[in-house]
Design a protein around this ligand. Structure first.
Ligand code: DC
Length: 240
């Protein structure tokens, strides 16, 4: 029997800055399904902590943050036509702010906290349980939705990932040094895969997508081919 895309959960995990969110966003738009950027949720909590002086000199006031959990409201507003998926924190759009270097430098530590993960995983499960959704992150196929219908593990060479993030930041008018961005990418790989709580690891039943030398369209085609092979019926708006 054909599977319907609107019932399925697609999990995309992998290293930082390898284009998971770009592919996920495009896939969601193409297939008219929802997109949940779980990294944005950890970033939003980090931004909240920074704004409320719960992180000072890289040290987190864990008790303070725990006590503030109920004050943190994270939502996504998706515009399928425009292809935008914006993160809102407590009624304010923070999509750009959560990508700045200060948040990037502190988010690994925040995302290593068990009580934060527990809260955000519950929220992600609620948001995605009905299906018709693509989620990207580090632990989607291993922890959030271990029964996801399609699990993809994305990666690319660190230098290529750093260059992409560097270009992105430049385009936004920021002025990073390449060395700093590369260091941030490597540090996050190290922290993400060695942390105690839900470390980044490939699920046994995930398929690997190394996009070091693939265009955006080649990546999307690769995923659509996986879905077709699974017997999933969908209407993708482009496909030449
Ligand atoms: O994908 P990203 O770079 O926006 O993620 C930001 C941080 O959040 C990154 O350090 C890894 C962490 N993260 C996580 O621990 N679990 C997730 N499901 C998503 C992101």
């Amino acid at each position: 029997m054909n599977k319907n895309i609107h019932d399925l959960i697609i999990a995309i995990d992998g290293h930082s800055s390898c284009g998971k969110s770009t592919v996920s966003k495009d896939l969601a738009r193409l297939l008219k399904i929802a997109y949940i950027d779980t990294g944005a949720m950890y970033r939003a909590v980090t931004l909240y902590a920074l704004q409320n002086n719960l992180i000072a000199d890289g040290k987190i006031d864990e008790e303070g943050l725990k006590a503030s959990l109920d004050e943190i409201d994270i939502r996504f507003r998706t515009n399928l036509n425009k292809g935008t998926n914006d993160t809102w924190l407590n009624g304010k759009k923070v999509e750009e702010e959560i990508r700045n270097l200060e948040v990037s430098n502190n988010v690994s530590q925040v995302s290593a906290l068990g009580f934060i993960r527990k809260r955000l995983v519950e929220l992600q499960q609620l948001m995605g349980e009905k299906g018709g959704v693509v989620l990207d992150g580090r632990d989607i196929g291993t922890v959030v939705f271990p029964n996801a219908d399609l699990k993809i593990f994305m990666t690319a060479e660190p230098e290529i990932r750093a260059q992409r993030r560097f270009n992105e930041m430049k385009a936004k008018g920021q002025n990073p040094s390449f060395k700093e961005v590369l260091k941030n990418v490597k540090d996050r790989d190290q922290m993400d895969s060695t942390r105690k709580e839900s470390p980044l690891k490939q699920a046994a039943d995930a398929v690997v997508l190394d996009n070091s030398h693939l265009s955006q369209k080649e990546q999307l085609d690769w995923i659509l081919d996986e879905l077709t092979e699974m017997g999933v019926s969908f209407e993708a708006v482009y496909r030449t």
